[in-house]
Design a protein around this ligand. Structure first.
Ligand SMILES: [Zn+2]
Length: 492
């Protein structure tokens, strides 16, 4: 448009132009315009003046010094680095300069540090150079391919496998990847073979994944990956294997076993040919439960028989765990069946007809009153505890403990029977009531078992994302003021 205008104007004023040119050689008509080379240096003139600073010419950016000289190569301008080709063209994007790669923003500014470019991460050193290979950045190791792309996920480097988080950080220690566990040494290299950590041996197979619920060679690794020394689910059901199993998973169960050997046959309550048969079918749970009763019997002087013995001058010894027990002196009692009619229909669950409203007069839960009920509460606790501790031994196919829900329900049932017994005594047998609430050893034993039982159930519930809802009917009853008062009296 400017050119067209001048052409239109010129013929009208030819005299003026000629005069001006003659009078002054530095005039518009004779002025330098556009690119001018002077001694190998380029200048760009506009209206006869060499431009300085930034200039966009025909869609390309250039930079001119204060002298007007066009700049090339590396230039620091306003504290930022730029690069200009020999033609003066400012570069953008990826550029290989002097054998190294750099990245320049659309503004031409050289970038440094972490940069996400076209969906991939790169690291540009403070010099702007793109890094490759191993790099320690802010104390963490990263790996960059020869293309500069930051590694994530699995990468094989110099014949070893490494794993990088989505952030690019090299992983060390345990890491779960696609539902398998792996272990990475402090160097980041994936480990294979035996690994000992925090008292347990693990097997990392040739692909690096941890052995879980499987045999590797002659060795069995449970659902947590623990090596179960000398045992596998297929091990023959023998006393030696039962004790080895309990020593590994449930030392309290092993204690009850060792302290009741020769009272019943070695494999009483157990069934199957392989040790897994007894674990799966709750045989081990029952064996520990029954041996807890036997322990109470044989470790307490004055009893002739665990089920018919009734020696109210004596005491009962309840197992507390860790080899410790509490001896509780007995006080006057009434037959538990007396309170059967007072137990509401909603609370007459599975164990009500078995332990309370039963015509078997010799039942300890009846004959030994609240002390017999505490005996069951304790035995059920150790059986349930054994089941929870042994669960990692078996596979997680969901078939394990098909009737276990019924077993752990005993926590609410016996807790309730014990409290109900004391409340019944309060109304009908004041001396029985006073004897129990004044019996500090009883209160200590009941409170301890109740607390341990809850903790063990919580472990199981957490493992299976379960809640205490199933106990609602019992919880509602035992939350009543009169029960809470008894609990308070029993609490040491
Ligand atoms: Zn029992």
């Amino acid at each position: 448009m400017m050119l067209a205008l001048i052409l239109l104007v010129l013929p009208v004023q030819p005299a003026h132009a000629a005069v001006n040119e003659a009078q002054n050689p530095i005039t518009v008509g004779a002025a330098r315009e556009g690119w001018v080379s002077d001694g190998g240096t380029w200048y760009y003139y506009v209206s006869g003046k060499a431009v300085t600073g930034w200039r966009e010419i025909a869609g390309v950016w250039y930079y001119f010094a204060s002298s007007g000289a066009m700049q090339t190569g590396w230039q620091q301008i306003g504290g930022k680095w730029y690069y200009f080709r020999g033609s003066g063209r400012m570069v953008t994007g990826w550029q290989e300069i002097g054998g190294a790669w750099y990245y320049f923003a659309a503004s031409g500014r050289m970038l440094t540090g972490w940069q996400e470019i076209s969906g991939k991460w790169y690291y540009l050193a403070s010099s702007g150079k793109m890094v490759t290979g191993w790099q320690k950045i802010s104390g963490k190791w990263y790996y960059f391919a020869s293309s500069g792309k930051m590694a994530t996920d699995w990468q094989k480097v110099s014949g070893k496998w490494y794993y990088f988080a989505s952030s690019g950080k090299m992983v060390t220690g345990w890491k779960e990847i696609s539902e398998k566990w792996y272990y990475f040494e402090s160097s980041g290299a994936m480990k294979t073979g035996w690994l000992q950590e925090k008292g347990h041996w693990y097997m990392l197979k040739s692909d690096g994944s941890m052995a879980v619920a499987e045999m590797v060679g002659a060795h069995y690794f449970d659902t947590r990956g623990y090596w179960v020394n000398g045992l596998s689910p297929e091990s023959e059901l023998t006393l030696e294997h039962v004790l080895a199993l309990l020593d590994f998973y449930d030392p309290d169960g092993a204690f009850l076993y060792r302290n009741t050997l020769n009272t019943v046959s070695d494999l009483a309550f157990l069934h199957g040919d392989a040790i897994i048969d007894s674990v799966r079918s709750t045989g081990m749970d029952t064996a520990v439960h029954e041996r807890c009763h036997i322990y109470t019997f044989v470790s307490t002087p004055g009893f002739d028989n665990p089920y018919t013995g009734k020696n109210l001058d004596s005491a009962k010894r309840y197992y507390m765990g860790g080899g410790e027990s509490i001896e509780v002196p007995l006080t006057p009692l009434f037959d538990s069946r007396e309170m059967a009619d007072e137990i509401p229909e909603t609370l007459r669950t599975e164990r009500f007809p078995v332990y309370i409203d039963t015509d078997v007069d010799s039942k300890a839960s009846r004959q030994e009153g609240v002390y017999g009920l505490l005996d069951e509460f304790t035995a059920y606790y150790w059986g349930v505890h054994d089941t929870v501790m042994l669960e990692p031994f078996v596979d997680q196919d969901g078939e394990y403990r098909f009737n276990f829900a019924s077993t752990y329900y005993s926590w609410a049932e016996f807790r309730y029977y014990i409290l109900k017994y004391i409340l019944y005594a309060k109304d009908h047998y004041p001396d029985v009531y006073q004897g129990i609430v004044d019996n500090e050893d009883f209160g200590e034993a009941f409170t301890a078992i109740d607390s341990k039982f809850r903790k063990t159930l919580q472990v199981y519930f957490d493992r299976h994302d379960m809640d205490w809802d199933m106990f609602d009917a019992f919880t509602e009853e035992m939350n009543k003021k009169e029960y809470q008062e008894v609990i308070k009296l029993l609490t040491p």
